[in-house]
Design a protein. Structure first.
Length: 157
């Protein structure tokens, strides 16, 4: 907690127009520290395990992606020019944790789940863009996939 306070006060993070602009390294530290503190508070005050606390906090700090429109449990990628692979990565980036393949097929509006698994998931898994747990039929975006979304897809005009 003291380290987070130190960054906020002495690195210009908490002050608009400060001498030092917050950079990616500061922002990463602040976000990770804040998530850890929130997870500890959830764990202690709600009597849950570390895994459950981390999952709760991840849902709280879910990424906001302008390309994804969400209504209830339905999500849609708003750029029709994106490929199925790109749509899959964007919607996984927007999600926290594992997503069932059936749900993912609905979100990206693919017409055939078997073809989606073969043409999109299998290839993206080989490229380490995502983890496809075939036994549980679920998918999770990888750090490589996150980097692709942040550097190539979200920065598009």
């Amino acid at each position: 907690m003291l380290a987070l306070y130190e960054v906020r006060n002495n690195r210009g993070v908490g002050h608009v127009g400060g001498d030092v602009n917050p950079n990616a390294m500061d922002a990463s530290f602040v976000l990770a520290s804040a998530k850890w503190m929130m997870a500890e508070l959830v764990r202690i005050f709600h009597g849950v395990g570390i895994q459950a606390a981390e999952e709760s906090v991840e849902r709280i700090v879910e990424r906001t992606v302008p390309l994804v429109w969400q209504v209830g449990t339905v999500r849609r990628v708003l750029d029709p020019k994106l490929t199925m692979r790109e749509k899959t990565l964007v919607v996984l980036y927007h999600s926290t944790g594992w997503v069932g393949v059936k749900t993912l097929v609905e979100w990206v509006e693919h017409s055939n789940a078997a073809v989606f698994r073969r043409d999109v998931l299998r290839r993206a898994h080989k490229e380490k863009l995502l983890e496809h747990d075939r036994a549980a039929d679920r998918v999770l975006i990888s750090p490589v996939g996150i980097r692709v979304v942040e550097e190539k897809l979200l920065s598009r005009p």
